[in-house]
Design a protein around this ligand. Structure first.
Ligand code: ATP
Length: 468
């Protein structure tokens, strides 16, 4: 299983989905850059989400708020006080480690042992104190370290100028609640949606794009009357399930974990973590929480502004309650990559005009068509001038409607393999017959079957195939 993770990381790099960030300088702490195919894949996810949950609904509107917000937002929301991880710090090199629960000689994290052994090996002849004793001697007491990233606004780096990069997109929806309400004339229930970056000074980033310090979220704050919370909680749970199905995620790998009393935030009556069986274990993918009126109440108190909603019929004023479904964009990309990956033995050697493909295994990314970064590859069979010319014309025509890639390099067999590896549903080949009868071949990624289609029918046939 770990193996699958390595395959995904290497395919992502080799084919231009995701690269290590700042790689020529040795990288930067688990940051990653989305390459030409990665950005298409990620945009497909964000656009589908926006279409589905904003444009196709009459009860949700979107915002795009600033990343840097007034620090009072974060004291009102509780992030300055509570958004922290319990850590100990190595006195020699100041590396920090996350330690959950009570520390005892039995529960010491393995990373701490490894750290002492590799980073501070004992001098020759001096016996090393490992484990619990070393923890007391070489590490600070357990402290809560805040996960928010700090910076300074303006030229002076004083305390008065401290601001934080937002650790979640959600608070903007509460802070902008009144403005949205006043300008969009919404009635309850209604939601505010946002897609955007969030930053956390994670102590243990890792597992590729699973845990990063800079990542993207898609969140909705859905405002309701208190009495309706169960109904809308169920509604959003269903929506999230449908979303996962359409993303191509197999049901058997998903776990809907109801967070028990005592482990939930005190203001939440119900929270469900949607977890996924990653190759490195079962961990969170998305979350759904009933937040009561906790956030609006805090912001109303801290800002002194009346954030209540007025029912125009009864004239009653009250604070709406909130259901919050939240999706990680990068974890969606990771799961989409993991789910799509397939290796197949090709039994019959694939035959194209005049050529056989030697390699009998192929890697295919079986993305659902809507998710595939490239929908159609346009491939002239050879570098003959007339074939390339026709192919370029077809590319120009089709690219008005679909994301199309033109490729004239390498043998046709290698080009098919590349398109399989990046998950392109349709490969279109312009060959010698094209010159005679204005037809091309369409090769289906999954079945590898080829059919001949007249050029003037292409747009319709492709449209149909992509929506199958
Ligand atoms: P975790 O328990 O994994 O740290 P969380 O419960 O802190 O996650 P939330 O605060 O609920 O996460 O954030 C909402 C969503 O944002 C998560 O479900 C996840 O998809 C995504 N997310 C959170 N932290 C990260 C991160 N460091 N890197 C990438 N995605 C993240």
């Amino acid at each position: 299983m770990e193996d699958l993770m390595q395959k995904i990381v290497s395919l992502a790099k080799r084919r231009g989905f995701i690269f290590p960030g700042s790689e020529i300088y040795g990288g930067l702490a688990n940051s990653f850059d989305y390459g030409p195919l990665g950005v298409e894949l990620k945009n497909n996810i964000k656009q589908e989400w926006w279409k589905r949950f904003v444009h196709q609904r009459t009860d949700v509107v979107g915002i795009d708020a600033a990343l840097l917000m007034n620090p009072k937002v974060w004291s009102a929301s509780g992030h300055i006080k509570n958004f922290s991880d319990p850590l100990v710090e190595c006195k020699k090199c100041h590396t920090r480690f996350r330690v959950e629960g009570e520390i005892s000689s039995k529960s010491l994290p393995k990373e701490i042992y490894d750290h002492i052994e590799t980073s501070h090996p004992p001098k020759e002849g001096i016996p090393t104190v490992l484990g619990f004793e070393s923890l007391k001697q070489d590490f600070t007491e357990k402290k809560a370290f805040n996960l928010m990233l700090k910076t300074y606004l303006g030229p002076a780096e004083g305390d008065a100028n401290v601001v934080y990069f937002r650790p979640e997109t959600a608070q903007a929806m509460f802070v902008d609640f009144k403005n949205v309400l006043d300008t969009s004339h919404r009635k309850l229930p209604f939601g505010i949606a946002q897609i955007g970056k969030a930053f956390r000074n994670e102590i243990t980033p890792g597992n590729f794009i699973f845990r990063m310090r800079e990542f993207e979220q898609m969140e909705i704050e859905y405002f309701i009357e208190e009495k309706d919370w169960e109904k809308y909680f169920d509604h959003w749970l269903e929506q999230m399930k449908q979303w996962l199905k359409d993303l191509g995620v197999s049901d058997t790998k998903l776990h809907y974990v109801d967070i028990p009393d005592g482990e939930r935030a005190h203001y939440s009556k119900r929270t469900v973590d949607i977890e996924y069986d990653y190759p490195f274990g079962q961990k969170e993918l998305y979350g759904l929480a009933y937040r009561g009126d906790f956030d609006l109440k805090n912001h109303m108190e801290a800002s002194g502004q009346d954030l209540r909603y007025q029912n125009l019929e009864t004239k009653e004023k009250f604070l709406p309650h909130v259901i919050e479904p939240t999706w990680g964009v990068d974890r969606s990309v990771l799961v989409a990559l993991l789910e799509a990956y397939a290796e197949e033995t090709v039994e019959q050697k694939e035959r194209t005009t005049g050529e056989e493909i030697e390699d009998t295994t192929r890697v295919v990314m079986k993305f659902p068509a809507w998710l595939a970064p490239v929908k159609v590859a346009v491939l002239p069979l050879s570098k003959k001038e007339n074939l390339m010319e026709i192919a370029k014309k077809i590319h120009a025509e089709l690219s008005r409607q679909f994301v199309v890639e033109y490729d004239e390099t390498q043998s046709i067999g290698k080009r098919y393999r590349r398109q399989d590896e990046i998950g392109t549903p349709i490969a279109l080949t312009v060959d010698f017959q094209t010159v005679q009868d204005n037809t091309v071949t369409l090769r289906d990624r999954d079945t590898m079957k080829q059919t001949r289609i007249a050029i003037d029918k292409l747009a319709d046939v492709i449209q149909e195939k992509l929506h199958d």
